[in-house]
Design a protein around this ligand. Structure first.
Ligand code: ASP
Length: 441
């Protein structure tokens, strides 16, 4: 049995958290590979080390002294070293980095040191070997991760060993350090789990798994006990941010279960994400009766509705519209349509300042009889594998929204019947989520 664990920034924020990690790792001998982020905020306050390092780089770029900011970085590591009684000579490593910063160092390499130092200290504390991500997480020149080379390298380097790996970065073919996008330690952990064919990928964070609704909107929402990878994808695409998007694919591809756990509540089972869940075989959980796994949503949509008689029977009108939007780098999120009209739901942010130029093209190329723009729209999605092929679910959802005074402006359902999505005005967004949660979960 092999478990790969990833601890996020808040979980490695200080010596107290390092101690919690040690007891978690030591409580299960299968927990042999540990991936760490850089120290994040401490109980929600202070700064993330990664942010401070980006700031140092900006100071270097503009020739402003970075001493004060770097001092804060040093302090974080020295406090962890002291609090955990460690021997690692982190002082010399920090001094050497400072020297290199004066000489000039790439932004990627500089910010990657946040994870590097954390992993050094964690390896010392756990008595595991330190395994640099630069030795195995390999990018190709096009900036994509070379999965084959990376998996081959890690499976050789980590075989039969207990190791700590810094998250968030890897190496280019020319040996230069390259970081992943922000939050990328989740991806490192998933890649390590996939490379080593782990039995489970435990992603430790500061919440008890994925919650059934946004806690800023619903008071104390329950955590999701089990979900499929497809449900996770639906929920996170539409707003439930739990882990880095790219972290799902490596483990999903290999059928490795992903377990999201809470460092502040290590006995709670968290959320278990699996490729498939066989509900009929009995899911002995209080969620058994829920047909909704979770509710998510997002504000910030604009709807462009074009009308033209006979639109549905004229080939190419929708294609033309999609091409105009694509030429402006705008993707269509939802596309409800009628016989003589179609609505294109797009992200307002993506639209940027391009709306009038898009509409100009539409007038010229499509010659619609009417164009309507509706701004400040939100979408709310009820996601659940148990909704599929069960009659009456949408009637219930729409009834709940109607009873709570929420006007539904758009309805779509994915072909797999995994979600039911409604478009509502932004002013009704929170009310819609609360009503659905309270009535259906
Ligand atoms: N430290 C990096 C960040 O703050 C990567 C991570 O935490 O996963 O984005």
């Amino acid at each position: 049995m092999l478990k790969v664990l990833k601890f996020g920034g808040s979980s490695v924020a200080d010596a107290a958290h390092f101690k919690r990690i040690k007891s978690i790792v030591e409580s299960d001998s299968a927990r042999s590979v540990v991936v760490v982020s850089a120290p994040g905020k401490m109980n929600g306050t202070g700064h993330k080390v990664t942010d401070l390092l980006y700031l140092c780089h900006a100071h270097i770029k503009y020739g402003v002294s970075f001493d004060e900011i770097f001092r804060q970085v040093e302090e974080r590591y020295l406090n962890i070293k002291k609090g955990c009684g460690l021997q690692t000579d982190i002082e010399s490593e920090l001094a050497a980095l400072k020297e290199r910063m004066r000489e000039g160092l790439s932004e990627d390499e500089l910010v990657s040191r946040g994870e590097y130092f954390t992993a050094k200290l964690m390896a010392d504390f756990l008595g595991f070997a330190f395994l640099d991500a630069a030795l195995w997480l390999k990018f190709s020149y096009d900036g994509k991760i070379d999965l084959k080379k990376s998996y081959d390298a890690l499976s050789k380097l980590a075989a039969g060993r207990k190791v700590v790996i810094p998250g968030f970065y890897g190496v280019m073919p020319d040996g230069k350090i390259k970081t992943l996008t922000r939050g990328g330690s989740d991806v490192t952990g998933a890649l390590a789990a996939a490379a080593l064919d782990a039995d489970v990928y435990e992603n430790w964070t500061d919440v008890s798994g994925i919650l059934m609704a946004d806690p800023r909107i619903v008071k104390d929402p329950r955590p999701i006990e089990r979900a499929t990878y497809s449900e996770l994808r639906e929920l996170s695409y539409i707003g439930a941010k739990v882990l880095h998007e790219d972290a799902v694919f490596p483990v999903k591809d290999k059928g490795i279960p992903l377990n999201i756990r809470n460092i502040d509540d290590p006995d709670s089972p968290g959320t278990l994400i699996l490729d498939e869940i066989c509900d009929e075989n009995g899911e002995a959980s209080p969620q058994e009766g829920n047909f909704i796994t979770g509710i998510a949503g997002r504000k910030g949509y604009t709807v462009i509705t074009i009308s033209k008689p006979g639109m549905s029977s004229t080939p190419g009108v929708l294609l033309n519209m999609l091409q105009i939007l694509a030429a402006h780098d705008v993707n269509v999120e939802y596309l409800p349509n009628g016989i003589d009209c179609a609505s294109f739901v797009v992200s307002t942010e993506k639209l940027g300042g391009g709306l009038y130029s898009i509409l100009g093209e539409v007038e010229k190329q499509i010659e619609p009889t009417d164009i309507k723009i509706t701004e400040n729209m939100a979408v709310v999605a009820a996601v659940g594998r148990k909704m599929a092929f069960r009659p009456g679910i949408s009637a219930k959802l729409f009834g709940v929204l109607g009873d709570n005074g929420v006007n539904i402006r758009m309805i779509t359902q994915g072909p797999e019947e995994l979600n039911i999505i409604v478009g509502v005005e932004e002013k009704d967004f929170e009310q819609a989520i609360r009503a659905l949660y309270e009535s259906c979960i």
